[in-house]
Design a protein around this ligand. Structure first.
Ligand code: PEP
Length: 254
């Protein structure tokens, strides 16, 4: 069956990278993307905010997209240390991750905060990637689906469309641990997310749903083959160009 949603492989570099290394990594990814000649999938890298300009310049003309890892809900003002969505856009970003579990945990971000950040992304012309996912305790107590439904309800603003929203399902216990759900568990979670999305927006069937959590070249084919998985949000493995490109290669051709 022909794909209706364009696959997206997104790399979250987290708090890693200084200019010199980031330029090499970005150029290697851009070179690999160009060489592969993929026209049927998107590749996105999300460096630390200090490197958005540098990385945008390094990948210019390659088709590789650049995103931020977080943004503030306001466009400007007295928010020391924060970055506005407009600033990311000005620096060359076209996307921004919001609600990553590390932000929710380290900075106490609630669903309401995440929702405001997604709206800020729209205001600035950025595509938000809204992250949701259950903790191990929530999974073990059988609350995964309820948690995901609540996070979606609280984090997705009114006005979401297939074109202006990406959702990443990232089980917290799978992030950076080397543990992953089974392909069946990922498919079940994504089916549930898509069904719940239908309750909060009109174009749920067209929204891209990414899986994130310990995706590597060696497990990408299995995870990306799960029903309703339209790509991956990749942390650690996105810091090596070969590994990241191998994950992008694992996307099934349309
Ligand atoms: C992430 O932080 O979004 C992530 C999925 O990390 P990792 O791939 O390292 O588990």
């Amino acid at each position: 069956m022909a794909r209706t949603r364009r696959p997206l492989i997104a790399g979250n570099w987290k708090m890693n990278g200084l200019r010199a290394d980031a330029i090499v990594l970005a150029r290697d990814i851009a070179g690999g993307f160009r060489q592969a000649g993929w026209t049927d999938r998107d590749l996105l890298v999300c460096p630390p905010a200090t490197l958005v300009v540098t990385v945008s310049e390094a990948v210019r003309g390659s088709g590789v997209l650049v995103g931020g890892q977080d943004c503030h809900a306001e466009a400007s003002g007295a928010h020391t240390g924060d970055i506005a969505a407009e600033m990311l856009r000005d620096a060359g970003a076209s996307c921004v991750i919001v609600g990553h579990s590390e932000r929710r945990t380290d900075h106490g971000e609630t669903d309401a905060v995440v929702r405001a950040k997604a709206q800020a992304a729209w205001r600035a012309g950025l595509l938000p990637i809204v992250c949701i996912g259950e903790t191990l305790a929530e999974r073990e107590s059988g609350r995964t689906f309820a948690v995901l439904a609540n996070q979606l309800k609280g984090s997705i603003p009114n006005g979401a469309t297939a074109a202006n929203l990406v959702v990443a399902y990232e089980p917290v216990w799978a992030i950076g641990t080397g543990k992953t759900p089974t392909t069946g568990e990922v498919a079940d979670a994504h089916a549930h997310i898509r069904k719940e999305l239908g309750g909060v927006m009109a174009e749920a069937s067209g929204v891209r749903l990414l899986y994130g959590g310990s995706v590597k070249a060696s497990n990408a084919s299995d995870l990306l083959a799960a029903d309703d998985v339209d790509g991956a949000l990749v942390g650690g493995a996105s810091l090596k160009a070969d590994e990241f490109l191998a994950i992008a290669k694992a996307v099934q051709r349309s």
